[in-house]
Design a protein around this ligand. Structure first.
Ligand code: NAD
Length: 256
């Protein structure tokens, strides 16, 4: 029977790249994101790869909308086999100027949504004795950088949540793993390049080479395809014993 994957934040960047890799493997895909052209993206990929898709603009800050998305997806496809918690935002500021509303938004979108969604998909995964939860954390789930208090705290939280889900899921063939990317060239990073260039009074090229990729041994942005193919593997039957991990895909940043 065709497997179903729900991917949050899948109408842009990494989430979209992950969706394309699952589409190649003929999964049903539940798309989500705040991009206004979300419905068209979901329909286009379904057509291109001959799969079925749904789209929900559920807001990660609204647990009721998350539950509703899970319920409606389960009604349509019978089950959700794979949950990819990917939606996320970033905000960069020194701690003494960090706006409280940004702290709360980052905690809600980057961390609490993974809790609400995991809780919502769990009973069915338990019943069917199969489930794969893949959280897109970050290299910042394992190490810190200055001016990213909320993001680093939330991503470390995601890694902690992933470990707990890995332990609780083991008796039911539910695995949970966190992928921890280094820098990936997406709209989220494009915005940071521009912001940091202004903040440091540097050219955008210098921001990329001297600030961002400085910490990676491999001086390349991580390709979204790499993350998508890893997610597909972690979702497979053969990955049953890989659980509770936080996997750096960061060009060697965490090796230092
Ligand atoms: P992106 O900005 O391209 O995409 C983010 C997605 O999340 C979009 O679809 C957006 O609509 C969605 N989203 C944001 N707020 C939402 C909300 N309140 N409700 C529902 N959807 C919401 O960013 P990206 O770079 O593709 O990032 C995806 C994930 O990867 C994030 O969790 C990010 O922290 C993580 N990550 C990114 C990088 C990087 O270098 N780009 C590195 C490590 C980790």
């Amino acid at each position: 029977m065709t497997r179903t994957v729900l991917i949050t934040g899948s109408t842009s960047g990494i989430g979209l790249g992950i969706a394309i890799e699952f589409a190649k493997e003929k999964y049903n895909i539940v798309f989500n994101g705040l991009e206004p052209n979300g419905p068209e993206i979901a329909a286009d990929i379904a057509k291109q790869y001959g799969i079925q898709s749904l789209f929900f603009p559920a807001n990660m800050l609204k647990p009721e909308e998350l539950k509703d998305m899970v319920n409606k997806s389960t009604e349509k496809f019978g089950k959700i086999d794979v949950l990819v918690c990917n939606a996320g935002i970033q905000f960069v500021s020194p701690i003494d100027e960090f706006p409280e509303e940004k702290w709360n938004a980052i905690m809600g979108i980057n961390l609490s949504s993974a809790f609400h969604l995991s809780k919502a998909v769990w009973p069915k995964m338990k019943e069917q004795k199969f489930g794969r939860i893949i959280n897109i954390a970050s290299a910042h789930g394992l190490v810190a950088s200055e001016f990213k208090s909320a993001y680093v705290a939330a991503k470390h939280g995601v890694v902690g949540l992933t470990k707990v889900l890995g332990l609780e899921g083991a008796p039911f063939n539910i695995t949970a793993n966190a992928i921890c990317p280094g820098y990936v060239k997406t709209p989220l990073v494009d915005k940071q390049i521009a912001d940091q260039a202004k903040a440091h009074n540097m050219s955008e090229t210098d921001v990329v080479n001297k600030v961002m990729l400085y910490k990676q041994a491999v001086k390349e942005f991580v390709p979204v395809e790499t993350l998508g193919k890893l997610a597909v593997f972690l979702a497979s039957d053969g990955a049953q014993t890989i659980t509770g991990t936080a996997m750096p895909v960061d060009g060697g940043w965490n090796a230092q």
